[in-house]
Write a protein that binds this ligand. Structure first.
Ligand SMILES: Cc1ncc(COP(=O)(O)O)c(C=O)c1O
Length: 395
């Protein structure tokens, strides 16, 4: 059955993904099933998207209720879920205003545009340069793929957006030497996701914050992967005791419904005026209802504390494997955004885990990423660790 559908898919769907040979049909909690009825424990969760797992009762109910009211309305008009989600995001962060869009890459594009508008309005037309980190990932549209500090994603696409420079992650001296009066923004993932689960140094981020204050540079955090409870805080910047000026969000925000958001502090947000930016589907009432439901669970039902506990447990278990197997070099990450760096290629291990009923995903060069639904329980972590142990034992 899997093969039959995949054959049909290959005939019509563009060849951009190296998808595994299973067709997923349904999910419940932290498990998914393929069309042949095979069950998988999901430590991918749509790559840090399905934070409430599958079939959360309130999620289904709220979306169904909203679908019966209004499914979409243009930004020519206001809608209630967008206002409510906007309030929740602002009240629970250091930001004052939100721009809604549909994906991570769009939230990054919005941040790049806002930063240039701010830089040029405040400091003049020369102030358009953007500095990003090597090994970063910011998305696939032209602005964000330029911001992405990895050549492998940019190959064959040039010329890219002019005015973007790259510096080594966590290297403050290089950053300081690269900054000039043309710099309008510094863009950083506080924890690099696609790059291989690499957390930023606390000292580095503190110094970057001070530099941005000193030179009036917009500090943009791309939290598309690390935000929305993934690290046991609503946002990863809260782990670092500093506040960025702008944040990019998507993935977990809609718990499986496409939504992105770019938020900014008042002074920076004001660089946008009506007509400067837009998205037809931005603030869609269904997407925002999904976001409200995720937020209510994170804040109301103690989900953040749960992520903290489960994250610690997962890390402990991975460290146990690291002691047992020489092939594991390091365990990295925060909360339920963990990775193990291996001495060997991860491809085969990921494939073998799938064959034994565990979904995991690679990141960076030799890293396996663990980003399960935030509702994951101890027993499910044990189950995943046992499968991984078996696979690593087979070598
Ligand atoms: C940090 C970061 N930024 C941006 C993106 C792009 O998000 P999307 O695929 O929703 O456009 C991703 C996706 O993996 C990401 O991890």
């Amino acid at each position: 059955m899997n093969d039959k559908y995949i054959k049909q898919g290959k005939e019509v769907i563009m060849n951009t993904y190296n998808s595994f040979p299973i067709v997923l049909e349904k999910g419940e909690g932290c498990y998914v099933w393929d069309v042949e009825g095979e069950k998988y424990l999901d430590f991918v969760s749509g790559i840090a998207v399905n934070c409430l797992g599958y079939n959360d009762k309130d999620y289904i109910k709220n979306l169904t209720d909203q679908a019966r009211k209004i499914q979409h309305c243009s930004n020519l008009y206001w809608n209630l879920p967008a206002i409510e989600l906007g309030k929740k995001l602002v009240e629970n962060s250091c930001f004052d205003k939100v721009f809604f869009c549909n994906s991570g890459t769009e939230s990054v594009e919005a941040a790049l545009k806002l930063s240039r508008k701010y830089g040029m309005k405040k400091h003049g037309d020369h102030c358009y340069e953007i500095i990003t980190m090597k090994n970063s990932f910011h998305g696939r549209t032209f602005g964000s793929i330029t911001a992405t500090g990895q050549h492998k994603y940019q190959h064959g696409l040039g010329p890219l957006l002019p005015g973007v420079k790259y510096v080594a992650y966590n290297d403050f001296d290089e950053l300081k030497n690269t900054v000039s009066d043309s710099t309008c923004a510094i863009v950083i993932e506080p924890i690099q996701g696609e790059g291989g689960i690499c957390p930023a140094d606390k000292e580095f981020l503190k110094k970057v914050r001070m530099l941005c204050d000193e030179l009036d540079i917009v500090l943009v955090f791309d939290e598309v992967q690390s935000g929305i409870g993934r690290v046991g805080k609503l946002f990863a910047y809260q782990l670092y005791d500093i506040e960025p000026d702008v944040i990019c969000l998507a993935k977990g925000l809609g718990g499986g419904f496409p939504i992105g958001a770019m938020m900014a502090v008042e002074e920076k947000a004001n660089a946008f005026e009506p007509g400067d930016h837009a998205a037809t589907f931005g603030g869609n009432p269904l997407a925002c209802t999904a976001g409200i439901t995720v937020f209510n669970k994170l804040l109301g039902a103690g989900l953040l504390e749960h992520v903290d506990k489960q994250g610690e447990y997962l890390k402990l278990k991975l460290e146990g494997l690291c002691e047992k197997f020489e092939s594991i070099k390091e365990v990295r990450g925060h909360g339920l955004m963990q990775g193990i760096e291996l001495e060997v290629s991860t491809k085969e291990i990921v494939q073998k885990c799938l064959e034994k009923g565990l979904l995991v995903v690679g990141a960076g060069k030799n890293v396996i990423r663990f980003v399960p639904p935030l509702i994951i329980e101890y027993k499910e972590i044990d189950e995943a660790i046992n499968i991984l142990d078996e696979v690593l034992m087979e070598g």
